[in-house]
Design a protein around this ligand. Sequence first.
Ligand code: ATP
Ligand code: MG
Ligand code: MG
Ligand code: MG
Length: 472
Amino acid sequence: MRTAEVKRRFLAHFEAAGHRVAAGAPLPADDPTLLFVNAGMVPFKPYLLGQRTPPGPRMTSVQKCVRTLDIDEVGKTTRHGTFFQMNGNFSFGDYFKEEAIALAWDLVVKPVADGGYGLDADRIWATVYRDDDEAYALWRDRIGLPEARIVRRGKADNFWSMGVPGPCGPCSELFYDRGPAYGRDGGPEVDEDRFLEFWNLVFMQYERGEGSGKEDYPVLGELPSRNIDTGMGLERMAVLLQGVDNLYEIDETRPVLDAAAELTGTAYRTEPDTDVRLRVIADHVRTALMMIGDGVTPANEGRGYVLRRILRRAVRGVRQLGYEDPALPHLLPVARDCMAPSYPELATDFERIASYAYGEEDAFRGTLRQGSALLGRALSGTSGPLPAGTAFRLHDTYGFPIDLTVEIAAERGLDVDVDGFRRLMAEQRRKARQDARAKKTGHADTGLYRSLLDAGGPTDWLAHDTLTAEAT
Ligand code: ATP
Ligand code: MG
Ligand code: MG
Ligand code: MG
């Protein structure tokens, strides 16, 4: 089943159950705590918080998401993209646990011929919050899931809040057992690649008190109005329904992966490091396409900086696989053709999108050329390890990635003082943070920032930090 069809069926299922279909929001989040929308609920926050009246008590959407904090997982796990799409259904004071569970289950196991996903019910596992006896009983008695496949988990995994006083509640997640070929038996606690998480159902029913983090806060009384917020990973469901190994092999990304293999003269599935690089390229090219499509342009800070890093990583990946000419003109149109059926504006706006992407690749190639000359001089003038200061200057002045410095030095039989480099980077980040804090007084506080962590998982502010830290 094509990814577009997985999406269509989701919306049709919930529309038939009385949900109003909402258009997804653009990737740049209209939210002071976020760089990018990172979960389906983000655009619905004002409704969930009771700040605005929703157009209807039941809504459903497909939301474009970016989670750059997952960047290190990309290509290594089978299930993390920097860009992905989250299908969601929402109830604002309308139905609650029982119907949310039944609606999700029905779609997942309904035969394909009848408009569902037709998953094998015997392979589905559910997790519930430790104390949520109600959800446990619903899975067991209403759905008929055997107790062996209902797992109770603690607050860190199965309790949701926005990180600040406000709504909170238990959640329940659905996992699919892909079988022994994918890893060890024993459920999601044992192997998260074999037991693939594909849907998270959040039951907002309590009031959260002051506190910090994912666990360290009191749960106060019941909310006057209870909400449902769910998120199903569209690509994850596509993985299951297309019978492929990982997220980068579904119909929306595989053609980019294949194009990258062809361009670099490599073969997918022959060598693990090459495979990771090809997957990273496929993921990042698509993410860059979607970001620029939604108006993000390369820059030295904020969203544009995340885009810049993503594009550079893609370009670097291609070079590491041995192709040194401009690569994006070969790859971006392939990503466009994969995504335009769902997002036609990518085709009509492609000239603009491509000019930013190709321009950035050209600039990066220039950077690499200049940096290489400086690096070449430094390397020929030393017999010991390359000093941290040189590596730092290459990075800071030329945007020269540390791993490239290390790689080129290694080709000359030299080490790089990477620890020293990291110390200099950490020092620079500390200073930048101090500056930012000084500037930010009176704006978004860290409580708001936390909300993002709890609400949708990783935050893009953190990811921004991560990207800076890894110095690609
Ligand atoms: P994981 O544990 O696999 O990292 P998560 O628990 O962080 O996922 P949620 O925050 O619960 O994910 O998001 C809801 C759903 O969105 C997940 O069940 C999954 O199907 C999907 N999802 C989350 N992160 C990603 C990602 N990086 N790439 C693709 N799909 C994702
Ligand atoms: Mg999870
Ligand atoms: Mg989850
Ligand atoms: Mg995650």
